[in-house]
Design a protein around this ligand. Sequence first.
Ligand code: GLY
Ligand code: MN
Ligand code: MN
Length: 445
Amino acid sequence: MPEGSAPGSWASLLRSHIAEWDRRVADACRTCGVDGVVVFSGAAKYRHRDDLEYPFFADPYFKAWAPNAYPDSALKIVPGETPVLAWLQHEDFWHMPAPEPSGFWAECLEIRSVSKKGDLLKALDGVSQLAGIGEEAQEAMGLASVNDRKMLTHLDYHRAYKTRYEVACIEEANRVAAPGHAATGEALAGQPSEFELNGIYCRSSGQRESSLPYQSIVALNRHAAILHYQNLDSQPPERFRSFLLDAGGDHNGYASDITRTWTSPGDPFADLIASLDVLQQTICEEARSGVSFISLHDRAHRLLAEVLADHGIIRCSADEGYQRGLTRVFLPHGLGHLLGLQVHDAGGRLESPDGAERMPPSEHPFLRLTRTLEPGFVVTIEPGLYFIPALLNEVRNGPLRSAVNWETVERWQPYGGIRIEDNVLVTETGSRNLTRPALERCGIA
Ligand code: GLY
Ligand code: MN
Ligand code: MN
């Protein structure tokens, strides 16, 4: 039974979820002049001139109905009818074949098996009036359309409104990740390497690397200033200063996306982390229905200017720091994004289901979410404060040079930076943090 959700089993939550997606597909089909959709799960991909496969990730739209990863499968969704899953059941002594679909989700679908991939569409009884979705959808299959942009943007626009099933999945994905964050925090006293910390995270959250929703960012010291740091040093640093872990979990194909930053007990860097934590919680509170995410992002910059002034990182007032754009040097990425079937869930810039987009302000080009928040949205709130050499060098050589306290900056540069990231559900009356309760259960305040 999903914890923290209204009464209901996973099966009943999924049934209502499928009914909601059925309505969305019906609307999209009316707009696009088709009777339904065929969603392909995707196929195994091979390395160039090799027989080794990349890890398989099912198509996000497919996972909305069928959470388990079934390569070479397809779903037929005709509004008003039970969704049909055609899956490939074949003998393979090299690999573990996909198991017979079973469990709560299989009960919501009509299941048909085929023994040859080529028979997949035959099992779906006629697709000429259906829109194909997915990388495997091909013109030659006789579908009414293939990845029609109108169809996809319609579905993406509505994906922002999470069903109760989806919220329960994301909440559970937070519970999956939480023990991993706690275990890495506890391990820091032993001065581990990034490689060891990555292993601890996977083991403690019960995930192998290829099943993570995204590659974890496991960054010690200066590496925390590299926003998407992708390496794993196998040597521990000579001296531990800081640790940034951006790592999530998966449940039924839905993601969590969590970041915490650590330092040693008693290290003065802890005060800076604490100030960013206060800022982050303020913004989480303010993530309410009716609030434009662009203004929330802007509000985070105003608050960050205060943190920079209070900690003597800038020499000018907070207001001047904000007005002159100094905060963008210390926080060059967006405040957050939609979260769900994808870590960066599609549709964050859609103004309407017809595909019109609202682009971010030119001074904040990396903001992925420009919509006004509404009940049901699940977003990340992930402010940061980084000491990024390339950006600082530009300031050092430019007109804002005297507005920065270089002595303080140099003191913190070996710590890299800070990011604190939670997953937040916007409700009718406010917001609900899906991450903090999960972390608190594992001893992270
Ligand atoms: N983990 C990537 C992000 O926070 O957006
Ligand atoms: Mn994120
Ligand atoms: Mn993240």
